[in-house]
Design a protein around this ligand. Structure first.
Ligand code: CMP
Length: 140
């Protein structure tokens, strides 16, 4: 059975452009409940370890620099079928390929500065939520 939690980050481009409020509104209107939320800024070291799975990809260094270039908003969200439904809401990684009305279609500026992250599996939702939030902050 699909899990009920996912993890997201509003990325530095979207935060810096003042789009956080509009994005959070879209998330809530789509039926996700915010279970934890944090405004923070990753060091290059932290961004590097968060994206360690992409270490061998050509875009890794740029991604690490970009993700540590400004504040992000991390959230744990709850909804039935959370991971899949959230990825539908945010759209394809490349905004040029994202469906109309998705977060990335509306707010992303490039494949790298693509406004928002969404976990790709229940297992990664757990790992990523635990990366940002302590047990005390994951009180639900
Ligand atoms: P996300 O899906 O959150 O996690 C991996 C990130 O790497 C992705 O969003 C983009 O920000 C970035 N990314 C993925 N593919 C590319 C690419 N081809 N070029 C540059 N950045 C990418």
């Amino acid at each position: 059975m699909a899990g009920t939690k996912t993890f997201t980050m509003i990325k530095p481009d979207a935060f810096g452009a003042g789009n956080s409020g509009a994005i959070i509104r879209m998330i809530e209107e789509a039926g996700f409940e915010i279970r934890a939320m944090k405004l923070t800024r990753m060091s290059e070291k932290l961004a590097g370890s968060f994206y360690a799975v992409h270490k061998e990809r050509p875009f890794y260094q740029d991604l690490v620099k970009y993700m540590s270039s400004g504040p992000i908003i991390a959230m744990i969200l709850e909804k039935s079928n959370a991971v899949e439904d959230f990825r539908t809401l945010i759209g394809a990684t490349d905004p040029a390929k994202a469906a109309e009305g998705t977060v990335r279609k509306l707010f992303a500026t490039s494949i790298e500065a693509n406004a928002i992250h969404g976990s790709d599996s229940d297992e990664n939702a757990d790992i990523e939520g635990n990366f940002f939030f302590s047990q005390l902050e994951r009180f639900n």
